[in-house]
Design a protein around this ligand. Structure first.
Ligand SMILES: O=C(O)c1ccccc1N[C@@H]1O[C@H](COP(=O)(O)O)[C@@H](O)[C@H]1O
Length: 204
């Protein structure tokens, strides 16, 4: 199965179009105010309205309340929710039927054999800002953990056009997710790096 690619930290329609033209499957919008890639829900909604179909639109949040999510839902049409904080299994379960991607950082405190109530897990590296650190995960450790996993997982954390093929070869993820590794500056994508990242993933 071809690996799915998410380009995260989109803050403008121009960058969204670059990622789509490059062949990305999903775009991520950081709705967490502590991030240098923060985009207000109203601004994200304007970008989403201009996007073509068949592109996943992911809202990235850190420890949201249900009412935060309901407010965003009233403004913008996201297709899935990437929860990047300390959200519990019970909280994720309560969000059904929304599609949840739950981000986890090592040390992983879940048993991989027990399905977590989320459409997918996203494995990221530790970060003081919850995400977008550019720090790489220990891929052999990821492999060991995911071998027993019973649901799709997305690899993230410090991926770049230069290392993504090695990361995929070592971990065999359902998808890959990149924010800082394809940027000119936080919140501004580098078109060449976006194209190169997607091209390498899709050439597999
Ligand atoms: O990118 C951010 O600023 C961010 C902030 C808060 C939560 C998640 C965030 N991004 C996610 O972090 C990972 C890894 O990013 P990077 O490629 O290492 O820069 C990725 O899943 C983003 O979706």
């Amino acid at each position: 199965m071809p690996v799915r690619v998410k380009i995260c930290g989109i803050t403008s329609l121009c960058d969204a179009r670059i990622a789509i033209e490059a062949g990305a499957d999903a775009l991520g919008f950081i709705l967490y105010p502590g991030s240098p890639r923060y985009v207000e829900a109203e601004a994200a909604a304007e970008i989403l309205e201009a996007l073509p179909p068949f592109v996943e639109r992911i809202a990235v949040l850190v420890n949201p309340t249900v009412s935060d999510m309901e407010r965003i839902e009233s403004l913008a049409g996201f297709s899935a929710w990437q929860l990047h904080g300390d959200e519990s299994a019970e909280f994720c379960s309560s969000l059904r039927p929304r599609k949840v991607i739950k981000a986890l950082r090592p040390p992983w405190r879940i048993a991989p054999e027990v399905a977590f109530p989320a459409a997918a897990l996203l494995l990221d590296s530790p970060s003081p800002l919850w995400g977008g650190s550019g720090n790489r995960l220990d891929w052999p450790l990821v492999r060991k953990f995911t071998e027993r996993l019973r649901q799709p997982f997305i690899l993230s954390g410090g991926l770049t056009p230069e290392n993504v093929l090695e990361a995929i070869a070592q971990t065999n993820p359902f998808g890959v997710d990149v924010a800082s590794g394809v940027e000119l500056a936080p919140g501004k994508k580098d078109p060449k790096r976006v194209w190169e990242f997607v091209r390498r993933c899709k050439a597999l």
